[in-house]
Unconditional design. Structure first.
Lengths: 213, 394
């Protein structure tokens, strides 16, 4: 059971990478302090947020009796994705304006009011939570298997090991401080990327589909 | 003199084959071939007289190419679909023409999913993904980012508009570094967003050249907004800012292919060299560079070469009063510093061979050859369309 969960995570981890890498790469590269410990802790906070959202979603789906279906309702999945992009875009935008604005302001702070709400730790957790709202097919499979695979505790561990199986795809992120040290210009470039990405998530993938379908 | 004649003769043969023979000896293909040979000959002999003075012929060539491409491409779309708007049939059948700007967006998703995320033909007719990627590889290995200033069929629009005004109204020279950061930041954004969405984000939302090629039909608010974005970006970055700044602003701030080509340029054969002993620091090269590749610090810190985003257009060579800037083989850059490895040829044949193998001559020859091959089909057809239209009008 554990081996199956890990293999499921390993074989489908690219899905997670595709959703998480665009958020994490510019966010981690653009940080003012780029120590190895801080970088690992921020990544951990993001991944913790994502795992927490998966448990919340699992509980909510079970409560709504959605888990009796073999497939996730695509309309609901799309709605959740739209919310994910809105929250993620807002969080990245607050972080950009409050702490990591690329141009012409001291310490990257463009709007001092957003400095607290947009600090790196809050952003890591909130973006982690919002990325967790993307319900991809492997996640759905893992949720179903963990719910129907046995009793509550073994299901919990099944999901946990599935999650652990996806983590090797995040190991390259631990090298970010090393690259940032070798290539200092990447910090400013990443801040531009994060700013563009936050607007794209918020407007193109969040608000437009939210209002106009 | 003999070396220039030999190069012109070689180019004439190539032009004859690629333009005239491939164009089935049509009158328009012959006219275009004569035009190309004239441009190359004038460029080569102008460069013999004064280094850098041939750039005007590159400008003319690229502008003609861009306008010709646009006319031929749009008429193709009308013939095939009846409009410039992308039809759902073309999308479903993966029949959209694949352009080089999509290359950096499809490479990483291809590694992950083993499929091309752009709805294009993989092989077969022109503008298929495989043929475009092969051309890009060949150009990258030889002229590198020279693609942008010699071969790109969109760049000619900005090239033309940036030479409309006589005087520069807006000086972006002090902002070069910031513009480069925006360019690479935007490039990284496009790559990451393309991975996230598994679609070409730049083509969907940001390409100003949708206005001159094909676009999604504007039948919903999001597509209408995208249309407004295309029009705004085209007017802003391709028309107004190039006129005000005398620079190629779209190419140096937004184009993901430009940023990608800057990064892959390291494997190309040629690069620009600034002779720091000759340079007097007048900064004329920096203000002449249409890509913002020479900063004030590049000259002050005596780096000896332009920055990463140099497109090898040769404008700086033309502007430099000391003739301190030249093309150089990348593998020769270190050797030049010690002054070793260069022997004067003793025979006339040796001197001719030496002249032909000068990096500047070879670079111009290679870049023009690629440009000629890429442009021949389009410009030839566009001339035919224009002549037919004139004939029809009378």
């Amino acid at each position: 059971m554990i081996l199956e969960a890990i293999l499921l995570g390993l074989s489908t981890g690219t899905y997670c990478t595709m959703y998480c890498a665009p958020v994490l790469i510019p966010f981690l590269f653009g940080c003012e302090k780029t120590g190895h410990k801080r970088n690992a802790a921020l990544t951990g906070a993001f991944l913790g947020g994502r795992l927490a959202m998966y448990f919340i979603l699992g509980a909510a789906f079970a409560g709504m009796e959605l888990l009796v279906h073999e497939y996730m309702n695509p309309v609901l999945a799309r709605k959740l994705s739209v919310y994910a992009y809105i929250f993620c875009g807002l969080s990245l935008l607050f972080n950009s304006l409050g702490v990591k604005f690329p141009w012409g302001c001291k310490d990257g702070c463009h709007s001092p009011k957003l400095r607290r709400i947009g600090n790196d730790w809050v952003t890591a957790v909130v973006t982690g939570l919002s990325v967790g709202l993307h319900v991809c097919p492997p996640l759905w499979t893992a949720i179903l298997r963990s719910v129907f695979g046995g009793n509550g505790i073994s299901g919990f561990f099944y999901f946990l090991f599935f999650y652990v199986g996806t983590l090797p795809f995040f190991i390259p992120l631990l090298g970010i401080p090393f690259v940032a040290k070798k290539l200092p210009v990447i910090k400013r470039v990443s801040r531009v990327t994060q700013f563009c990405l936050s607007l794209y998530f918020l407007v193109c993938l969040g608000l437009l589909p939210f209002f106009f379908g | 003199m003999v070396s220039s004649l030999i190069l012109c003769a070689l180019m004439s043969c190539l032009t004859f084959f690629f333009c005239v023979v491939m164009g089935n000896f049509a009158p328009t293909s012959i006219i275009y071939a004569v035009f190309l040979i004239f441009i190359f000959t004038r460029m080569t002999f102008a460069e013999r007289k004064r280094i850098g003075s041939g750039v005007i012929y590159r400008r003319i060539f690229q502008t003609v190419f861009a306008v010709g491409f646009c006319i031929a491409f749009i008429s193709d779309l009308y013939a095939e679909r009846g409009s410039m708007a992308i039809t759902s049939e073309a999308m479903n059948n993966s029949e959209l023409p694949f352009c080089h700007i999509a290359i950096p967006q499809v490479l990483l998703p291809f590694l992950i999913t083993k499929s091309i995320i752009f709805p294009a033909r993989i092989s077969g007719a022109y503008a298929a993904a495989a043929s475009m990627i092969c051309i890009w590889l060949a150009v990258t290995l030889t002229v590198g980012r020279g693609w942008c200033s010699w071969i790109c069929f969109y760049g000619g629009w900005e090239e033309g508009f940036s030479h409309v005004a006589k005087k520069r109204r807006l000086n972006l020279l002090p902002k070069n570094k910031e513009m480069r950061e925006i360019h690479f930041g935007f490039f990284l954004f496009i790559i990451l967003a393309s991975i996230c969405q598994l679609s070409c984000i730049y083509c969907e939302w940001f390409c100003p050249f949708k206005l001159t090629t094909e676009y999604f039909p504007m039948n919903s608010i999001p597509t209408l907004l995208a249309g407004v974005m295309f029009i705004g970006l085209f007017l802003g970055l391709v028309v107004v800012l190039p006129i005000l700044t005398k620079r190629r602003t779209q190419c140096s701030t937004l184009c993901p292919f430009g940023a990608f080509a800057s990064l892959t340029d390291r494997i190309s054969l040629f690069r620009m060299k600034i002779d720091t002993d000759k340079c007097k620091g007048c900064l004329k090269c920096a203000s002449a560079c249409p890509f913002g590749a020479i900063d004030i610090t590049t000259i002050q810190e005596k780096k000896g070469h332009p920055e990463l985003n140099c497109a090898k257009c040769g404008e700086c060579m033309n502007a430099c009063p000391e003739k301190a800037i030249s093309y150089e083989f990348r593998f020769n850059m270190k050797k030049e510093k010690c002054g070793c490895g260069r022997k004067e040829p003793k025979t006339a044949f040796g001197r001719v061979l030496r002249e032909i193998s000068e990096p500047a001559q070879l670079f111009r020859f290679a870049a023009f050859t690629f440009g000629m091959i890429m442009s021949s089909g389009f410009v030839d057809r566009s001339m035919k369309i224009v002549f037919d239209a004139i004939k029809g009008a009378f």
